[in-house]
Every structure is written in C-alpha cells, then in structure tokens.
Design a protein around this ligand. Structure first.
Ligand code: ADP
Ligand code: MG
Length: 712
C-alpha cells in the first residue's frame, strides 16, 4: 500500500491490499466489515512494554522489552526442534547474552539472521544459569541514520517486504504500550494488531466521528490513535472517556427522544375516587410505610392526569411493591377500567393472585388468574357468576395474558412485575391491550441510580426506600463446609421451634439431566440428615404443575425444608421460613444472593442467611460474600455488584438493553451521564423533530433504537 494512500471510515476491509482472503473471511465472521468496524473494536486491555533493560540486570520471571543484537541464530534440538537466537547489546559483543527460542514457529527462521537488531518482548526465564525467552514477540529493526525502523515483514503480518517503510513508522508490538484485543479466530493477535496499526496510519486526520461528535475539541482521529496505540496510560484513559461519552450520549439521546414522544401521549383519566383503596387500607392489619404512601400518591397523581403514565416502581426485596401495585389497580378498577398485572412465572402469578384474593376477599372486586402453563382450558379460573364479561376487574397472569383469548379488555392500567424478565416485544404487546393504558413497571432487583438513568431515563421513577417495620432481623453469616455439623444442630432447633428452611444450590452442572441428578443427590443428603422431617425438592426439570405443588406444600408448611436450585429466587413469599442456607455461595452473583436472602425475614421471626463457601479472604468470589454480610441494603448491594462486575453482568446483557456497551465501566460515572443528557436535551430543544440536515445521523439513531427501547 503506498504511503500516501488514505482510507475511508466506511471502506470495506476486504479491499485492503495485503489482506489474505482467509483473514478477510475471519474478520467478516466477527462482523468486522469496514475500517470503522475495526477501529471501533477497542482493545480489551493494554500491555505496557515500554521499559527496556540491559540484559545484565534481568531477573528470572520478569516480563520486559529488550533492544538486542543477533550474534548467532540457528536450529537446535532437544526434546523438540526450535529456533534459537543468541542476543546481546550491540555495543558490547562480550557482554551478557540472552537466548531467544521459538518453538513451532518455523517461519521465524526465515525472518531472523545474524547481525540484525531486534526489539523483543517476553518473559525471562533462567535455565541452567542461562537467561532465555520462549516465543517472545519481536520486531526486526533496520539500522539507518534516522534511527529505529521497522522492517515490515515480521511474522507475516503484512507480508509486504517490497513496500517502502512509512515515514512515521514505529514499533507496533514491542517497546511501547501495546493493545491487546479480544481474539478473532483465524487471525493471529499480532496480525490483528498490525492491521489496526496500518489502517490507523492511513486514516485521514480530519476523519469525523460517525453520528454525533461529542467532543469536537479532542479530534476523533487523535482519540482513535490514543485508544489503540496510546503513548501513555493517561492518553488511553482520556480516549476511553471520550468513547464512553459518545456511547452515553447515544443512550441518553435515545432515552430523551422516547421520553419526549411518550410524555405528551394522551392517556386515560382514572383514580379520581378512592373508595376501594380506602377499604383495602382499612382492612390491612398494618399501615403502609411512609415510602409506600408516597409511591401510591405519585402513581395516583399520574393516573389522574390525561397523559399516559410511564412509571418505574423500584424497591428492595420485601419492601412491599406488590401491595403498592394493588393499590394502583384498585384505583383503576374504581374508575371502571380493568387493571392487569403480568408476572414472569407461574409461581409468581399464582402467589400474587392468592395474595390479592386474600386481601380483597370482603370487597366487591372481581379478580382472575390467567396462565397457560396449566393443562388445557382450566387456564381461565372461573369467576363468580353474574358479572358481565366486560366488567372491570383485576387480572393477574403470565405470558398467557398475551394470547388473544386471554387479552384483557378495556385495560386502564398495565402492571409489569419483574419487567426485565420480559422482552421488549412482549411488554409492548401487553401494553397495547388497552387504549394507551397507564403503565407501571416493577423491578425486584434494585438498580444503582446511574443505571436507572441510563436504562429507564424514559420513565418516571418511584422508589420504596424503606422496609415495613414489622420485619424480623436477618443475620447473615459466612461459614465453611467444615462447620456444617454446627449448622445442622442449629437448623434442628429452628425446625423444632416450628420454623422452615430453604436450602439452595447453584446450577453448576451443564446439562439439565445432571442438574437434576445433583438436585436429587442434595435431597437425599438432607433426607438422611433429617430423616424425620418432610423435605420438598424444587428444580428446573419439574413441570409447572409439579413446581406449584411443591411450592404449595412448602407454603402450607407440609414440607419444612425446601431443597432447591435458583427457581426459588423470584419473589416467593413464605414468612415462616427463617433459614436460608446457600451452598457454594460464591458461585452466585451478589444481587442474586441478595434476592435469595430476601426470601427470609418476611415474618416477625429472627432469620438467618447462612452462606456456605470454602473461599478464603482475597480469593475470587469472596468479596461479594463479605459485602453481603456487611449490609442488608439492596441499593448499596446493587452499587457494589455494579462495581464488582459491571452493569452487563449485573442485569444480564441480553435483557439489560446494554448489549452493545463497550465502555460499561464508565456508566458508573454520573458526570458523563449528566453531560450526555444535557447535550441530548439541548439538541432536541433546538430541533425537536430532528429535521436539520446535521441531525440526520441522530434521526437514524432513534429510528433504529426505537425497536430496542425499554418501554417503546
Ligand atoms: P416486594 O414485592 O417488594 O418484594 P411484597 O409486596 O411481596 O414485597 O411484600 C412482602 C410482604 O410484606 C408481603 O407479605 C406483604 O403483605 C407485606 N407488607 C407489604 N407492605 C407492608 C407494610 N407496610 N407493613 C407490613 N407488611 C407489609
Ligand atoms: Mg414482588
């Protein structure tokens, strides 16, 4: 490729001279089609290979860059054939030497010869008093008047020995901060790095950031250089920040766009009277917490407005979200509308249904359950006769609510429980059952504030930041498997006091059959420990009916111990259960553990969450267990989880809407989010419909993103 050849951002990689067909195919398989695709694939990390040292000062085990002269080179044979170079300082032919050895890389022999100067990078090892490096990264340097020059042939990267060296040519793989990319199968790491380097060198200085330039004062071209081949660690940080800001901007812009679309959307006026609500509140054996009252008031104010409500109800496990949702549903029903709540599992839907039935038993409100996991046509539980079919009511259900025959009529309020468990299309379908019904979404997992803004910026948010006062204390303890005997004795005393116990194990086995086998083994183990106690088993292979039956027996205290895999995690409510024993606790995520712990401490009894783990302080997986022992606050735990794992893992990338995030570590940075959100607002204030030609890219962004929104 001639030195003055320039590349365009959208240029196809397959057209690049010097790229083999195989490499082009490999790139394509990784969805890297254009120069831009390649450059937007930023390094996963860097290796600082800047420090070079004299050979005499090398220590066994250290990893360094070296500038050396080749004094001899040739094939050797021990248990295997390898190519060996004896190298030392060029200025000191009698000084210390290092042996560079390449195994299984015969082509190295074609590249290296006596008299060359090399830059190498690798780990120093001492064998029999000799310093060696095995398979080091290397670059051949040409000694010219001007100084170091890279001969572009090293290891077949570029395979263009005829091309004249570029004027700005520098070392790519050694003696600098070197980018480490996520591997692409079919392309050696070195070739990939060399390709990025080459492409970057040919990119015009004034290349524009695709979409919208978030930081015109820091040229995009420079940021690309800094993120791929930074001169200093600070330069790469600065560049990552710029890329992160661009990403935040895209998210905030999309969110702001959607918010402006939905905010003004005409909705229904309900909740003008509250007789049902008052009746419910009077029948409760407790008062709503102040936080619950505030949330009900916020929701009610929304429902009374002629615009559609789009509100997120957030609260820790056990904070009483479901009750708040029921209050909202009663307000809708009293206005002559139907209110429906969709839950992700059969168990949850039925639990809500049974709770509501209990709470509403003396009230003149119709309630029905619609799920499909049950056999055949019993999926619609018959209601008391005498009601016209279209009369308003409260409907609780699973995905079955989305089937035509189950679709609620005249929906005034749509409540989505555990909203992240539903796909965008499903949420949309559900909401569309009505004529712009008010929408209330709930999450069981508290999310850090930054993420709330990022993911749910198009929603108003109500937070229940207080637990009901009648809750028994929860003690969390970290124990090793060696202490099991004492734990069993303690479990026995709790059982004798009439309490119940959860025992949860992580899904470690890959196959479902083996998962089932290990669940059964766990069951047998506990049956032999407590032969006189009824023990139930819940695992993924059970049919929905069987799961229900197991849960029902546990809820009714027919079984005293429930051995289970994670199925028990979501929203299950058995106030008499006071022990949560978690096997291999380190195998669970922090938020998941918090969810599990939320299954106990639901009644007035003191409860105990026992984390079994063999991990020692400082070992992987141990940190989160310590966090859990330290705090009960779900929001604090969410922040911590976020810090430990990043948002993608916390929420599950697939469901989080964060699928494309490359700079997730920055999402915890409020300044970026605020700046991005301010910029987005300014643009939409000036050009609400994105008609200006310079906003064409943004128009494209929102039309594309609209399909991936949270609430649409
Ligand atoms: P969440 O859905 O937020 O995890 P739930 O709504 O399931 O919590 O509430 C958990 C339990 O607490 C339920 O048994 C519910 O009846 C009870 N509860 C809700 N609000 C209160 C309150 N203000 N005081 C006492 N108990 C409450
Ligand atoms: Mg709930």
């Amino acid at each position: 490729m001639p030195a003055n050849h320039t590349m365009q951002w959208n240029q196809a990689l397959a057209e690049l001279p010097g790229l083999t067909v195989r490499e082009a195919k490999a790139l394509e398989a990784s969805s890297l089609l254009t120069v831009g695709d390649l450059l937007m694939r930023v390094p996963r990390r860097y290796e600082d290979r800047r420090s070079t040292k004299p050979i005499a000062s090398l220590v066994n085990g250290e990893t360094v860059s070296l500038l050396v002269h080749v004094y001899s080179a040739g094939w050797r044979f021990s248990y295997k054939r390898y190519f060996e170079v004896s190298a030392g300082a060029e200025a000191d032919p009698y000084g210390a030497r290092i042996l560079l050895r390449w195994f299984n890389m015969p082509y190295v022999a074609k590249l290296l010869a006596m008299g060359m100067n090399l830059s190498v990078y690798g780990k120093v090892k001492e064998y029999g008093g000799k310093l060696t490096m095995t398979n080091p990264d290397f670059e051949v340097m040409e000694d010219e008047d001007t100084g170091r020059r890279l001969v572009q042939v090293a290891m077949g990267d570029l395979a263009e020995p005829a091309a004249p060296p570029l004027p700005e040519q520098e070392l790519v793989h050694t003696a600098r901060i070197v980018p480490i990319y996520k591997g692409i199968s079919g392309i050696p790491a070195r070739s990939l790095r060399a390709l990025v380097w080459r492409v970057l060198q040919h990119l015009p200085q004034q290349v524009a950031q695709p979409g919208y330039d978030v930081a015109p004062l820091y040229p995009f071209r420079q940021a690309l250089q800094d993120i791929h081949f930074p001169e200093t660690p600070e330069a790469s940080q600065k560049a990552r920040m710029r890329f992160a800001l661009a990403e935040c901007f895209c998210q905030q812009f999309t969110v702001a766009w959607k918010r402006r679309r939905t905010q003004g959307r005409v909705g229904q006026v309900t909740a003008t009277t509250d007789a049902y609500l008052q009746e419910l509140l009077q029948s409760l054996p407790f008062c709503l917490t102040a936080a619950q009252q505030r949330c009900v008031a916020e929701i009610r104010a929304d429902m009374q407005r002629p615009q559609q409500m789009n509100r997120l109800l957030q609260g820790d496990v056990g904070s009483g979200k479901t009750l708040v949702a029921l209050c909202a549903m009663l307000l809708a029903v009293e206005s002559g509308k139907t209110a429906a709540m969709i839950a992700p599992t059969q168990i949850l839907a039925e639990q809500h249904y049974n709770n509501f039935r209990r709470l509403l038993k003396d009230m003149d409100v119709r309630l029905s359950l619609r799920t499909s996991d049950r056999a055949d046509d019993s999926d619609i539980i018959p209601e008391a006769p005498g009601y016209a079919d279209a009369a308003p009511r409260i409907i609780v259900g699973t995905h079955a609510l989305l089937y035509k025959k189950n679709r609620p009529q005249s929906l005034g309020l749509a409540v989505i429980d555990e909203q992240h468990k539903f796909g965008v299309a499903q949420r949309e379908q559900f909401i569309n059952c009505g004529d712009n019904p008010d929408v209330l979404v709930m999450t069981a997992t508290p999310i850090p504030r930054t993420l709330t803004l990022t993911l749910y910026g198009d929603l108003d948010v109500s937070v229940i930041d207080e637990l009901p006062a009648n809750r028994g204390e929860i003690i969390t303890a970290l124990r090793t498997p060696a202490q099991l005997k004492k734990i069993i004795a303690f479990m026995r005393t709790e059982l004798e006091a009439g309490r119940q116990i959860y025992i949860v194990s992580p899904l470690i086995e890959e196959s479902e059959t083996r998962q089932q086998a290990s669940a059964l083994k766990e069951l047998e183990k506990w049956r032999s420990i407590f032969p006189d106690v009824n023990i139930g088993l819940l695992h993924g292979r059970l049919s929905a009916d069987d799961k229900d039956a197991v849960m029902a027996r546990f809820r009714a205290a027919d079984t005293k111990i429930l051995v289970s895999t994670t199925v028990v995690e979501v929203g299950v409510d058995v106030p008499n259960a006071t022990i949560m024993l978690i096997n291999d606790a380190d195998a669970f995520g922090l938020s998941q553990l918090h969810q599990l712990r939320g299954r106990i401490g639901r009644g007035q009894h003191k409860s105990y969450c026992i984390l079994l783990s063999a991990t020692k302080p400082g070992e992987p997986g141990r940190d989160k267990l310590d966090v859990l022992c330290r705090t009960l606050n779900g929001f604090e735990i969410a922040e911590e989880d976020f810090r430990l794992r990043g948002p993608g893992d916390v929420l599950g990338t697939a469901q989080s809407g964060l699928g494309a995030v490359r700079f997730a570590e920055w999402l915890s940075d409020m300044r970026l989010i605020h700046r991005a959100s301010r910029d987005a607002a300014a643009i939409l204030d000036a050009d609400p419909d994105l008609r200006l030609p310079e906003h064409a890219a943004l128009r494209e962004l929102v039309s594309h993103e609209a399909e991936q929104g949270i609430t649409g």
